[in-house]
Design a protein around this ligand. Structure first.
Ligand code: BG6
Length: 463
């Protein structure tokens, strides 16, 4: 039976950056495309009133939301505002009043992680948590132990099916397409294993630095910021077994099983880097050893994947902004012709952002008398980024009680288990120049499984 939709949407951190860049535009999309028509209550400690929140929303939508005066007016008409400290009971009493008749509110905690527990507790104490759903921003915990503590605390007030741990990568259309392409065709499955795949690479490159997020980033680093969550979710989509049966948790069950089979990282499996100039970003501590780049080698201990090296690379200030997967197939078992088939010739390439494409690489004969060939890539799909922002998709799903595109307690725990042994200053951090592919040590990590596949910049039309 479908769960009843939430009848109010509360977002904490209403005056913050995430609300400005992501939440207001997503709410507009929900109003315009899905007829969202429930009270939307912003909460923050800013000394603001409702008019100021509306002005902020209008400004956000001008910059990030597109023009649709009718939908904007509708959204502004649904907005309410509660100002107050998250440590004050009165803030939550005021929220309870604003909720009025709502019986199934959704509370979205777009606040710093240090406040998750405080807000959840206060929601429960004030009666605002009754029948409610809770959406939690990342990072969920700072390590395995703190994530477990947070989970235990939340579970006192919210049943697991009402907790939605956001990983916005799961709201991205091309991340869904990984699973779709794999399981809507039968041709990939026989190839998708240790018999045919020689290595897998996932690169998440960004050509910008940490910008105005110095303080947040310096407590986080690349491993916690994007690997523990986004990259491991992408890896799970790419390598998990096909979901079976009719259970609505089938997909997350397979994902969980896969992540539990990933061998926890060892120190020698990782290279950390920091771009030159990071130290002068406001908010970054002097002498910081936090990584802005990381390259990893992983293995999955399963019959399907045993022995297949998996390389993940993520970094700021790299030459391009693009996230791309490269699945390389084994070379032919012997050279039949008068040439050496390159390692890169048989592959599946999946580009997740900023533009989207899936390509299959094969080697074909060059016209002529000689039996020599060239590598070609057949494009299965190629298009501009999807217009629905990930946050719109995810908030809409959470409002309807659909949890498939969110983290789950056991999944988040399995993700922490993988990175836990190499967190913080476990290995040296090597400097790299902005605009390069990270420190040279990353080349040594991939060694003969290389070269690294460096994604191309976005095509102009797709940018
Ligand atoms: C966020 C990270 O979760 O993801 C950022 O905190 C990163 O550091 C961002 O830039 C990347 O997301 P996207 O959707 O722009 O690829």
């Amino acid at each position: 039976m479908a769960a009843a939709p939430s009848d109010a949407l509360v977002f904490f951190g209403a005056t913050g950056d995430l609300a400005y860049k992501q939440i207001f535009p997503s709410l507009l999309g929900l109003v315009r495309e899905e007829g969202l028509n429930v009270p939307i209550i912003g909460v923050a400690k800013a000394g603001w009133n409702l008019d100021q929140l509306k002005a902020r929303a209008t400004d956000s939508l001008q910059h990030h939301g597109g023009s649709d005066p009718k939908a904007i007016q509708q959204l502004l008409g649904l907005l309410r505002y509660v100002d107050g400290d998250y440590g004050d009971e009165s803030t939550f009493t005021a929220l309870r009043q604003q909720l009025g008749q709502a019986k199934r509110p959704l509370h979205y905690l777009a606040v710093p992680p240090s406040l998750f527990a405080t807000v959840a507790q206060a929601l429960a104490k004030s009666g605002c948590a009754d029948g409610a759903r809770l959406v939690i921003e990342k990072p969920f915990g700072h390590d395995r132990a703190t994530a477990r503590t947070l989970s235990r605390l939340l579970s006192q007030y919210f049943p697991e099916e009402n907790i939605f741990r956001i990983d916005h990568y799961l709201g991205k259309e091309p991340v869904q397409n990984i699973v779709y392409t794999r399981f809507a065709n039968s041709m990939f499955e026989p190839l998708w294993n240790r018999d045919h795949v020689s290595s897998i690479q996932i690169t998440m490159a960004e050509d910008f630095g940490v910008q105005d997020r110095g303080r947040f980033y310096d407590e986080t680093g690349a491993l916690r910021d994007v690997v523990q969550n986004h990259m491991l979710q992408v890896l799970a989509q790419l390598t998990m077994d096909p979901p079976t049966g009719e259970e609505h948790e089938a997909l997350r069950d397979q994902k969980s099983a896969l992540l539990k089979a990933v061998r926890p990282l060892e120190l020698s499996d990782m290279v950390r880097g920091q771009y030159v100039g990071y130290q002068s970003v406001p908010g970054v501590r002097a002498g910081s050893t936090v990584e802005t780049f990381v390259a990893l080698k992983l293995f999955i201990e399963s019959w399907r994947w045993a022995g297949v090296p998996i390389y993940i690379r993520a970094g700021k200030m790299l030459p391009v902004t693009a996230t791309e997967i490269m699945v390389r197939f084994k070379r032919p078992p012997r050279e039949t012709f008068d040439e050496l088939v390159p390692v890169s010739s048989g592959h599946v390439r999946m580009r997740i952002s900023p533009d989207v494409s899936i390509g299959m690489g094969v080697r074909v004969k060059l016209p002529g008398e000689r039996m020599v060939g060239e590598d070609v890539e057949m494009l299965l799909t190629e298009h501009a980024p999807n217009l629905m922002p990930p946050y719109q998709r995810l908030l809409g799903d959470a409002m309807r009680g659909l949890g498939e595109l969110f983290g789950r307690d056991d999944i988040v725990d399995a993700q922490w288990r993988i990175v836990e042994p190499v967190l913080d200053d476990s290995t040296p951090v090597y400097p790299y120049e902005p605009g390069t592919w990270g420190p040279d040590e990353a080349q040594a990590l991939i060694g003969s499984d290389g070269p690294w596949h460096n994604p191309n910049p976005a095509a102009e039309t797709a940018a």
